[in-house]
Ligand binder design. Structure first.
Ligand code: 4NP
Length: 165
């Protein structure tokens, strides 16, 4: 499948250095293991502070500990100008979702990373930036724990209605 035909996913957090880069590689890894090669997966932040910079060292070392590689990550920002480039935007927390809506992203394209855990009262993937190292392990576990359900959902959407099928 050509890159152009792929379904474009964007994991979104605030800085694009802690949570969403980890989400990107965790879900890429699960998709690869499942043989789902029709997803193009990226991540971005709603803020611009870290654009062009690497992942937070605590996220990079958590990734390494789990056998994943974040060393090539470079942060990017999602804005009102580029937000139409992706088919699905997966927000880490409710603030990220609000910011996407303010940019003009249609609600129908936004998913929450933890929406499959509790669809009625959707939990956040809390921002670990100002906390201790345990926050990164917690975030990793939340991401791994939701990756399969997220991909199941995307696959079901694809079977239902995606014109790129
Ligand atoms: P992230 O964490 O949104 O998971 O990448 C943060 C990283 C940086 C900042 C905030 C959150 N910051 O304020 O610079």
């Amino acid at each position: 499948m050509s890159e152009k035909q792929k379904i474009r996913l964007l994991f979104v957090c605030l800085g694009n250095i802690c949570r969403s880069p980890l989400a990107e590689i965790v879900v890429k890894d699960v998709a690869t293991r499942r043989g789902l090669h029709h997803y193009h997966i990226e991540s971005a932040g709603t803020g611009d502070w870290h654009v062009g910079g690497p992942a937070d060292p605590r996220s990079a070392s958590k990734a390494k500990e789990k056998g994943l590689d974040l060393s090539r990550h470079r942060a990017q920002q999602i804005t009102a100008h580029n937000c139409h480039k992706w088919d699905w935007l997966i927000a880490m927390d409710a603030d990220n979702r609000r910011n996407l809506l303010l940019m003009g992203v249609p609600e129908s394209r936004i998913l929450m990373m933890r929406q499959f855990e509790n669809p009625v009262n959707i939990p956040d993937v809390p921002d670990p930036y100002y906390g201790g190292a345990h926050g990164f392990e917690d975030a990793y576990l939340m991401l791994v724990g939701n990756a399969e359900a997220l991909l199941d959902h995307l696959e079901s959407q694809r079977e239902d209605s995606n014109p790129r099928r």
